[in-house]
Design a protein around this ligand. Structure first.
Ligand SMILES: C[S@@+](CC[C@H](N)C(=O)[O-])C[C@H]1O[C@@H](n2cnc3c(N)ncnc32)[C@H](O)[C@@H]1O
Ligand SMILES: [Zn+2]
Length: 356
């Protein structure tokens, strides 16, 4: 395998020369440096003792977590070529991290970690049961999902098989997709009497990423279960509501619906602290994203104005103007990182359409 040297954060590592390595080769995507920088700050804030980079590839996450956040960490990958590269990269940076060459699911059943980071190809869902076993009573989990197409409604049956919830291609597909993923993860934890509480959740490029804390306790889970609800959507006129309605009240068409977690997906206190960390490390783009998320109102789902103006045939207003009008009517309104042309608001579909 031909390699080249790159610098990311405060480590310099060898990565495969080709961007899209063939099967069996080691994977490195420079675009994910963004997320790794956020993860470094997360590690620092969480006050961790023993972290696991379960699907490590070049070892970049583990090495940065150790060097930049100063935490104890193990880098694991089942691909021997990846493990060789991890060892080389460790020596090159004179950093010591644990190195393991196991199936991640086996390692997580054997060893306890207080933070597990799952950064797989595609879906993380097949690793979540073992992550739960490894974390035990209390800890943290972060995961990436790059299978946005099934989650966002392009392949609803795949979503139903993989996550137990049929996805829908709505104008708010990015947030609904993330909530389907999160709901499936919460369900797995609940099965073992653990509660998974999201601290930071976002959609970016081709992936979703969620960071959260894990705690034991049935009462806590029961409280969280109250935040589940039904999203009903009419694919004829675009109407939607956060309640089960089998027929669209506007046009009479049969709706489609799914049941997901509708509670908070960010933790405001945590985001405040995270922004401080990102600022002090001068992770400028990362800070921009987290700030955008901080300004979002916490009401679930959003309206893509682009889509609604097109659907109603009205001349589009500026985003700011529409948000101002909503506020004048007594609603809350904000932009959202999920979609540049969308607003988050507690106004109903009918309210928005009337306003448009
Ligand atoms: C997307 S890459 C990881 C990228 C890396 N986390 C980063 O930030 O650059 C996924 C890695 O998971 C490894 N992998 C896939 N299935 C695995 C399993 N069951 N156990 C351990 N490693 C696995 C692959 O060999 C690959 O290196
Ligand atoms: Zn309708």
């Amino acid at each position: 395998m031909k390699t080249k040297e790159i610098r990311e954060g405060s480590v310099s590592i060898k990565v495969p020369e080709v961007r899209m390595p063939e099967e069996g080769e080691v994977f490195y995507n420079p675009a994910m440096a963004f997320d790794r920088s956020i993860s470094v700050c997360f590690c620092e804030l969480a006050g961790l003792e023993k972290a696991l980079d379960a699907l490590s590839a070049t070892g970049i996450r583990a090495l940065r977590y150790k060097k930049e956040a100063g935490i104890g960490v193990t880098a694991n990958d089942c691909n021997p070529k990846a493990v060789k590269l991890i060892r080389d990269n460790m020596k090159r940076n004179k950093i010591k991290v644990g190195v393991s060459e196991k199936d991640a699911n086996i390692l997580m059943r054997q060893e306890h970690f207080d933070f597990v980071d799952l950064d797989p190809f595609g879906s993380p869902i097949g690793f979540v049961d073992s992550a739960c076993a490894s974390i035990g009573r209390k800890g943290f989990l972060a995961f990436t999902a790059t299978d946005k197409a099934p989650l966002s409604g392009t392949y609803p049956k795949v979503s139903e098989r993989r996550y137990g919830i049929r996805s829908m291609k709505t104008d708010y597909y990015n947030e609904l997709g993330l909530r389907i993923l999160l709901s499936a993860v919460m369900r797995i934890f609940a099965r073992y009497e653990r509660r998974f509480t999201p601290l930071l959740s976002y959609s970016r490029l081709h992936y979703f990423r969620i960071y959260g804390k894990v705690e034991k306790g049935v009462k806590r889970i029961n409280r969280q279960l109250r935040d589940w609800g039904v999203v009903s959507h009419c694919f004829k006129c675009g109407w939607r509501d956060l309640a089960l309605k089998k027929k669209c009240p506007l046009c009479g068409e049969a709706t489609q619906f799914c049941r997901v977690y509708l509670g908070g997906i960010q933790d405001a206190d945590f985001l405040d602290k995270l922004v401080g960390r990102l600022q002090s490390r001068m992770f400028v783009q990362e800070e921009k994203l987290v700030n955008k998320i901080r300004e979002e109102i916490s009401f679930p789902l959003y309206y893509d104005l682009h889509y609604l103006y097109k659907k109603t045939g009205r001349k589009p207003d500026k985003m700011e103007t529409t948000m101002e009008k909503l506020r004048e009517k007594g609603f809350r309104a904000s932009r959202t990182h999920f979609c540049p042309t969308a607003v988050k608001t507690n106004a109903s579909f009918k309210d928005i359409i009337e306003l448009i």
